[in-house]
Ligand binder design. Structure first.
Ligand SMILES: C[S@@+](CC[C@H](N)C(=O)[O-])C[C@H]1O[C@@H](n2cnc3c(N)ncnc32)[C@H](O)[C@@H]1O
Length: 255
């Protein structure tokens, strides 16, 4: 289990039944608090507010906090399936139907891929991120448009993709990777809050070369790696590359 000692706690401030909060704290092996003050060692707190599981840092306690956002991103169409357009769709490939997102994180890429009509399975190794994803995907399942179209949210596996990819029952057409790369500068003004928090809590993904090797073995047709535009390609020279805003999707075909 991931060690969140001294970093993460669950916060219950009298929001109804305390049992789900206790159970969440037990599942993650972290303390449960009823209030936070300047002596509290942890900097991050999980709490249900406004019907969502939120990740709050001490500075955000009175503000919104971070959630798995299930709304389409700027520029994405709201219809389902949304058109398979743009650098991500180009990288996934026209013949791809099934995708494993082996680094699900905040689920933003998984949900973009899902909304374009691909069949998506998510893998995330952080139990904390898995809890946030479960909450986001269950909110997604409740959306009117999902019900009307009889759609189910992506499936989620909590564990290390390096192991889980070796145990798949069938090969997905594509395995998608977006591991954490070290930032170009220590504190980049451009880095999104959600990613800064992930780095603070989980650290860089130091085993991304192993993850790439596992993905290349397990994929049916291709592996797509999202990287910041300053980073060296994870798997050496890619077969194709698609440029996004400050990032690249490097594509490796299975020979
Ligand atoms: C940069 S974030 C991914 C962000 C995601 N693409 C999104 O749209 O929100 C990387 C995530 O991958 C997860 N991760 C990295 N290596 C992993 C592995 N070997 N197995 C499972 N999850 C992994 C990390 O825990 C982290 O949550």
């Amino acid at each position: 289990m991931q060690n969140y000692t001294g970093k993460l706690a669950v916060l219950f401030q009298g929001q109804g039944d305390s049992l789900p909060f206790q159970q969440l704290a037990e599942r993650l092996g972290v303390p449960l608090y009823q209030s936070v003050n300047s002596d509290t060692p942890e900097n991050f707190f999980l709490s249900w507010r406004d019907g969502c599981l939120k990740l709050l840092d001490k500075g955000l306690l009175k503000k919104g906090g971070l959630v798995v956002d299930i709304e389409p991103r700027n520029g994405e169409q709201r219809s389902w399936p949304a058109p398979k357009q743009g650098p991500l769709a180009n990288a996934l490939g026209r013949k791809t139907r099934t995708v494993i997102d082996a680094t699900a994180g905040w689920g933003q890429d998984s949900l973009h891929i899902f909304r374009m009509g691909y069949e998506v399975l998510c893998i995330e190794r952080s139990p904390m991120m898995a809890e946030l994803l479960i909450d986001g995907f269950s909110r997604l399942a409740e959306q009117d448009w999902m019900r009307k179209l009889n759609l189910h949210p992506p499936r989620l596996l909590n564990g290390n993709a390096i192991d889980l990819l070796m145990k798949l029952e069938s090969r997905p057409d594509c395995i998608y990777l977006d591991p954490m790369f070290p930032p170009k500068r220590k504190k980049s003004a451009l880095a999104k809050k959600s990613m800064v928090v992930l780095r603070d809590l989980l650290g860089d993904d130091l085993d991304k070369e192993q993850l790439f090797a596992a993905a290349l073995m397990a994929a049916g047709k291709r592996v797509v790696v999202k990287s910041p535009d300053y980073a060296e390609p994870l798997g050496g020279k890619p077969d194709e590359s698609f440029q996004g805003k400050l990032l690249r999707y490097d594509v490796y075909f299975k020979s």
